[in-house]
Write a protein that binds this ligand. Structure first.
Ligand SMILES: O=C(O)c1ccccc1NCC(=O)[C@H](O)[C@H](O)COP(=O)(O)O
Length: 220
């Protein structure tokens, strides 16, 4: 699904209410709250994520990133955090989409696809068939002994991502190694519905107002 609209902005790895307020003030459409992960720098405790969700005003979306793959564990995670969107950073079975949908009908499901090669195009389209409300194309590697499921700071093959955007019936977010220098090129090459950024707007792990401002200005 190619977008003819303003590119949406998801600021991920939000680690405090102050960061959430800053991201919203500067124009974020969505906040990402990273749950327990096998690796990566952006994890926050569920209690803190729940606190940030409660203090986030509409229409800002709250994405809860989960590495859980068992339906009951994903649902329990959502119930602890209360986010309106679940971002599945690892692959789940087709039945899982149906079961989450039944248990949490108002919650949106975003499937992450870690783009490594052309095989990920079929994987992405299958996730849409199975019920994903949106896709997020990232640069992790779930085949490693210690899985990498995001927050890598690396870009991937955008030509593959462009093909996924062209063939997807649902909105597609692009993630992985984005920053102020490559944001415009990413939009031109991939034409995503939205961009997702974590490390590119941080300094020493903290959300950096100047970097975020520059990144958002580069999109307009
Ligand atoms: O940041 C993490 O620690 C992390 C670990 C595992 C899954 C996701 C994680 N971060 C959240 C994201 O989805 C990032 O925004 C996305 O991977 C892009 O990160 P970056 O390349 O640093 O912009």
């Amino acid at each position: 699904m190619s977008s003819q609209f303003r590119t949406r902005i998801k600021i991920c790895c939000i680690s405090s209410s102050e960061e959430a307020r800053l991201a919203i003030r500067l124009g974020a459409d969505a906040l990402g709250l990273v749950g327990r992960m096998p690796s990566g720098p952006g994890v926050v405790a569920d209690e803190l994520a729940a606190h940030i969700v409660r203090s986030t005003p509409p229409p800002i979306a709250t994405f809860m990133l989960t590495s859980e793959t068992i339906t009951a564990d994903i649902i329990a995670h959502q119930q602890r955090v209360g986010a309106n969107t679940i971002q599945l950073v690892d692959a789940v079975s087709p039945a899982t989409y149906v079961q989450i949908r039944e248990a949490l009908p108002a919650v949106k499901l975003v499937q992450v696809i870690h783009v490594i090669d052309e095989r990920n195009i079929a994987e992405a389209l299958q996730a849409v068939e199975e019920g994903a409300d949106a896709l997020l194309l990232d640069s992790g590697n779930p085949t490693l002994a210690v899985k990498e499921l995001g927050g890598t700071g690396r870009i991937h093959n955008w030509a593959i991502s462009r093909q996924i955007v062209e063939q997807s019936a649902v909105p597609v977010f692009l993630a992985g190694g984005l920053n102020v220098q490559n944001a415009r090129e990413a939009i031109e090459q991939v034409q995503p519905f939205g961009l997702d950024i974590c490390s590119g707007v941080r300094t020493n792990g903290q959300l950096d107002e100047r970097k975020l401002e520059a990144f958002i200005a580069a999109l307009s």
